[in-house]
Design a protein around this ligand. Sequence first.
Ligand code: ADP
Ligand code: ZN
Length: 359
Amino acid sequence: MREISVTLGERTYPILIEAGSLNQIGERFLERFSIDSPVLVLTDDNVARIYLENVQVALEDAGFRSWDYVITAGETSKRLEVVSKVYDFLIEKKAPRGVIVVGLGGGVVGDITSFIASTYKRGVPYIALPTTLLAQVDSSVGGKTGVHHRGEKNVIGTIYQPQFVLIDTDCLSTLPKREFLAGMAEVVKQGAIKNPEFFAYLEHHYRDILNLEQDDLLKTVGDCCQLKSDVVAEDEFDERARHVLNYGHTVAHALEGLTGFRHYMHGEAVSIGMVAAAKVSLAVGKCSADDVVRQERLLRSIGLPTRLEKHFILQLLDHLYADKKRVGDEIMFVVCTGIGSADIWPVKPERLVELLSAI
Ligand code: ADP
Ligand code: ZN
């Protein structure tokens, strides 16, 4: 088992990574909790079909009383009505302050479950069991919780850290291919902004990862959690240090917004956004042509889209103006400053569109 510590003072917690670890969840619970604490496992209908029974049996074998609550898979479940129904359920069950709330699933389940855990009775223990690559390498580290409201993404939420995160890399074998590849975009991003050796490793081993070789999955997921937790530990509340994690995301968010969140999966948009950001970085003298080629080649070899369609570029302007990370009239654009390093480069939206049109 690989264990990574997310260092946040009193709220320091471990991420435990191992193939097959879901079956040992009972032991992990016994190490930390009393069997007097009831457990709520929240999951979605797809994940429930494959994994819920195993998790329930493992918990019950260890002596825990456990309830489950199954939501409909997909982003549309990320709303307060769904959260409210789970509160109803907890109250009907008379769930005490010690109730342990477990999120079994991808980013959607994680965001909702951690939000519920952070608010029910002013906060109860939360355990994350991420089952998608995106959730394992990205959304399960950092403590972001929340739901969408009135068409605004993640507008209601908190920062709340889990007691621990348990990652079972075997779950990735049932993940639809397109979901897996989309998760790989964030993996590549981590290497591109933080770690040149990891990026080079991906260039040599991406086929092994796509073939779900166990050692490569453990290394990839583990290294990404380590990289992200280093960034998060550096600056838990202040967004400055974290901001480089938004590499590729300015264009990605605009692209997702423009296409009504239907055409591209998040990771696919990030892949296109990273290549666009790399090309802009080259155009303004921040990185070399080779840095751009390596990112584009790796993403394309993995099977991710990298081309920013020309007709989108002019339409991007409105979305860039709406960018949440704007300071005054400038966007905090993340540029590549060589493989494994990134920096914040403030730029006016018009100038960015001009640069994107020329790439
Ligand atoms: P993400 O983690 O990418 O933000 P979601 O939480 O929406 O996304 O999960 C993506 C989809 O994959 C959902 O339909 C979910 O039910 C499904 N899913 C999650 N984990 C697995 C898994 N291990 N095997 C199969 N399907 C899964
Ligand atoms: Zn992202």
